[in-house]
Design a protein around this ligand. Structure first.
Ligand code: NFS
Ligand code: SF4
Length: 646
C-alpha cells in the first residue's frame, strides 16, 4: 500500500496509487513501516565493529558516553562515515576496474565484441598518462592505457597517475595535508584497517584519510571509469531522447536495464536493433523491441545511444508495476532486493547478470565480456519469449513522458560554448566574470523515500537556474530533471534567470546540463578544472563561484562523492545530514573547520529552496573574493532568509 508521501511526478503518483489499489508494498511502504528509525544509527552513535559491542552512545548524556573499548562518539561517528566512503569508493572504483579490464580485452582480441569507438579520446588519455601515441597502432595504445589504468588500483609506490588531471594548486593542498591517494584499492583497504577496533581514534585523522579514499574515487576510479568508457563506448555528444515511465510501449517487448555498468547494457542496446531479434519479437506478436533504462545504467546508454530513461532509483519497482516490462535486466548497485517480490506479482522476468549481484530464486544469466553479444542475445530472447505472458488486465503504462537533451561531456560543452571555431571555455568564464552568469552548481545524487519524491531535486534546481546559476547534473538528479522538462533548451525561457537565458540562447544549451552517470561526476571535476585553466576565476578550484548538492541522497557512493567534492574545495550541501550529528565535534569539523584545510565544506539543509540559497550565498561570497562585476540582472535574486540553515 502506498502511503501518503507526495510525488512531484504524475507518473509515479499514478503507479503508487496502483500499488495501493492492488495491495502491493513498495519502498515507500517499507519506509513507513520502518518508522521510527533507530536514533542511535541516525546520529552515527552505534558501533558494531567488534563483538564486545554492539555499542551505542547516549546523545542525551545520561547513558554511556563511551563504547566498551572506550571509543567516543567522535571516534564512532567518524569511523562510520569513513566506512561509508570506503563502500562508495569501492563501488565506483570496481566499476572503473571492470571498464579497464574490458578495454584490455578489446585491445588484445580482434574478435572481441567491444571495439574502440573513440580513438582520439584514447590518444588524449594515453598522452595524459605519458604513453607514446606516435606511429603506434590503436590496439597497442589501448593495451598500454588499460594496463596503466589497472595499475592505479594496486600500485605499490608513488601516487595515482591520473591525479595529473587535477589542477596543480589543488594537488599541493592534498600533498600538504598528506591526503594524496597512493592507489585506489590501498586507500579503501586502509580505511577498513583504520576503522577496525582499536586503530585510529582521532576523528579528524580518520576523516582526512576518508578524504584520501574519496579522492581516490573521484579523481581515480570514477575518472578511470568515465575516460575509458568514452574510449570504448564513444564519447557522448548532445542528443535528444525521452524520459519517464511513459517511454514503455504497449505493443512492444519492453526490456528495462538497471544498475550501473555500461558493458552489458551497451551491447543490449545494439543487439536489440538486430533484424533477426526484431523478427523474433514480431513472431511473438510484438511490434518491436524497446529498451529503456533505470538508474545509472540508463544514463550510460542514454548518453551514447539516446535510449530512453524509464525512471530513477525510486521508480524501479514502479516500472515493474506497469505490468509492461517483459524483462528487467540488472547488473550492480542500487538494485532493490525488493524487486524480486514485486516482479513475482507480474509477468516480469527479473534477470541478474553479475557474479557480484545475485538474488535467491531469481534467474541468473551471467554476463561475460568474452561472450557479450551472445549473452545479450540470450537475455533478449528470454524477454521476447516472455512477451506473450503479459496480462492486459494487469498492464497500465502511465502516459507521462518528457523530451530531453543529454550527451554532454567535458569536451562537448567545450565545443558548444566555444563554437566551431573557438574551442574554449572562454565564453563561459566571460559570462561569469561579466555577471551574466552567477556561477555553476553540480546537483546530483539519489532519491530517498524520506522526502517527497523529487521535490528536493526539482525545487533546488529551479531555484538555482532562476538565479542565473548554470546547473550540471548526473545520476538520479539528472533523470528527475529530465522528467520535469529541465533538460530541454527551451526550458531556459520558462525557468531560468535572464542572464542564464541569454547564455542558453546564444549557445543552444539547456539551463541544466546532463553529464552522465554518477561515475561521471568526474566530468564535473574535469569541467571545473578546464574552467579554472581558462583563467580569470582564481588559481584553485576552491576559488570558483560554484557549489555542489545532493538534495535526496541515500547511497554510500553519495557520501564518497560529497567528500571528494569537499576535498576538491567545493561547498557541498546535502538534504538530510550525514549520520554523525551525535558528534558535535565532528559536525563542527565537517561543516566549518575542514574549510581551512581543503577549501570546501559540508552543509545540511533539508529544505531545497533554502539549500539553494545557501549555495547562492556561497557563490556570491566567491564572486566577491574574486572581485567580479555585479550581477547583470540582479532583480532575479529574491531576498531569502537563510539563518540557522547550516
Ligand atoms: Ni548514484 Fe547511480 Fe541513483 Fe544514487 Fe544510485 S543510481 S550511482 S547512487 S540512486 S544517484
Ligand atoms: Fe563497541 Fe568499541 Fe567494539 Fe565498537 S569497537 S563495538 S565501540 S567495543
Amino acid at each position: 500500500m502506498a502511503n501518503d508521501l507526495k510525488f512531484a511526478d504524475p507518473a509515479s503518483r499514478e503507479m503508487a496509487l496502483k500499488a495501493k489499489q492492488e495491495n502491493i508494498d513498495t519502498v515507500w511502504d517499507r519506509y513507513k513501516s520502518m518508522q521510527p528509525q533507530c536514533g542511535f544509527g541516525s546520529l552515527g552513535l552505534c558501533c558494531t565493529n567488534c563483538s564486545m559491542g554492539p555499542c551505542r552512545i547516549d546523545p542525551f548524556g545520561e547513558g554511556p558516553d563511551k563504547g566498551i573499548c572506550g571509543a567516543s562518539a567522535d571516534t564512532i561517528a567518524a569511523r562510520n562515515i569513513a566506512r561509508m566512503i570506503a563502500g562508495g569508493a569501492a563501488a565506483h572504483s570496481d566499476h572503473g576496474r571492470d571498464v579497464a579490464h574490458t578495454l584490455l580485452l578489446a585491445a588484445g582480441d580482434k574478435n572481441c565484441d567491444y571495439k574502440i569507438k573513440d580513438e582520439s579520446k584514447l590518444k588524449r588519455v594515453a598522452t595524459n598518462y605519458n604513453i607514446a601515441v606516435e606511429n603506434r597502432s590503436t590496439k597497442d595504445i589501448a593495451r598500454d592505457v588499460a594496463k596503466k589504468a589497472l595499475e592505479e588500483f594496486g600500485k605499490y609506490e608513488g601516487t595515482i597517475d591520473i591525479l595529473s588531471y587535477a589542477p596543480p594548486n589543488r594537488r599541493k593542498v592534498w600533498d600538504a595535508l598528506g591526503i594524496t591517494p597512493r592507489s585506489i584499492d590501498r586507500e579503501i583497504v586502509e580505511t577498513m584497517h583504520r576503522t577496525h577496533m582499536g586503530v585510529d581514534v582521532d576523528y579528524k585523522n580518520i576523516i582526512r584519510h576518508g578524504m584520501r579514499t574519496a579522492i581516490a574515487d573521484g579523481w581515480g576510479g570514477s575518472l578511470v571509469a568515465t575516460e575509458l568508457s568514452d574510449v570504448l563506448f564513444g564519447s557522448p555528444t548532445p542528443l535528444r531522447a525521452e524520459a519517464n515511465l511513459g517511454v514503455l510501449k504497449k505493443d512492444w517487448v519492453n526490456v528495462v536495464v538497471h544498475g550501473h555498468e555500461p558493458t552489458l547494457s551497451d551491447i543490449i542496446a545494439v543487439v536489440s536493433q538486430a533484424p533477426d531479434m526484431i523478427a523474433l519479437a514480431k513472431e511473438k506478436g510484438a511490434a518491436g523491441i524497446n529498451v529503456a533504462g533505470i538508474c545509472c545504467t540508463a544514463n550510460e546508454i542514454l548518453m551514447r545511444h539516446g535510449i530512453p530513461l524509464a525512471g530513477s532509483f525510486l521508480q524501479q519497482e514502479l516500472a515493474i508495476m506497469t505490468g509492461a516490462v517483459d524483462a528487467m535486466v540488472v547488473d550492480v548497485q542500487c538494485i532493490m532486493p525488493g524487486l524480486d517480490k514485486i516482479s513475482g506479482c507480474f509477468h516480469t522476468r527479473l534477470i541478474t547478470t553479475s557474479p557480484k549481484c545475485k538474488m535467491p530464486g531469481v534467474t541468473h544469466m551471467e554476463f561475460k565480456e568474452e561472450a557479450a553479444t551472445s549473452i545479450a542475445r540470450q537475455i533478449l530472447t528470454e524477454a521476447i519469449d516472455n512477451f506473450p505472458n503479459r496480462q492486459p488486465s494487469k498492464t497500465h503504462i502511465p502516459e507521462h513522458r518528457e523530451d530531453l537533451v543529454a550527451g554532454f561531456s567535458t569536451e562537448s560543452i567545450f565545443r558548444f560554448l566555444g563554437g566551431t571555431y573557438r574551442s574554449t571555455y572562454r565564453p563561459l568564464n566571460d559570462a561569469i566574470i561579466s555577471g551574466r552568469l552567477r556561477g555553476a552548481a553540480g546537483v546530483i545524487g539519489c532519491s530517498n523515500p524520506n522526502i517527497d519524491y523529487e521535490k528536493g531535486h526539482i525545487q533546488m534546481v529551479k531555484e538555482l537556474i532562476k538565479n542565473d546559476v548554470l546547473v550540471v547534473t548526473t545520476g538520479c538528479n539528472a533523470i528527475s530533471c529530465a522528467k520535469h522538462g529541465l533538460l530541454k533548451p527551451e526550458s531556459a525561457f520558462e525557468y531560468a534567470g535572464k542572464g542564464l537565458q541569454e547564455v542558453c540562447a546564444a549557445v543552444g544549451i539547456p539551463p541544466v546540463i546532463h553529464l552522465g552517470s554518477c561515475v561521471d561526476n568526474s566530468r564535473i571535476l574535469t569541467t571545473l578544472t578546464a574552467v579554472l585553466a581558462e583563467g580569470g576565476l582564481g588559481d584553485d578550484l576552491c576559488h570558483l563561484p560554484v557549489a555542489g548538492a545532493a538534495p535526496e541522497w541515500m547511497s554510500e557512493k553519495a557520501v564518497s562523492i560529497g567528500f571528494y567534492f569537499v576535498a576538491s574545495g567545493v561547498y557541498t550541501v546535502i538534504g538530510h545530514p550525514l549520520p554523525m550529528m551525535g558528534s558535535p565535534n565532528l559536525k563542527a569539523y565537517l561543516t566549518d573547520e575542514i574549510e581551512f584545510e581543503v577549501g570546501g565544506k559540508w552543509a545540511f539543509q533539508p529544505d531545497p529552496v533554502k539549500a539553494a540559497h545557501m549555495m547562492l550565498a556561497h557563490i556570491d561570497k566567491k564572486r566577491a573574493a574574486l572581485k567580479l562585476k555585479p550581477m547583470m540582472y540582479p532583480q532575479s535574486v529574491p531576498p531569502m532568509e537563510i539563518q540557522g540553515s547550516k
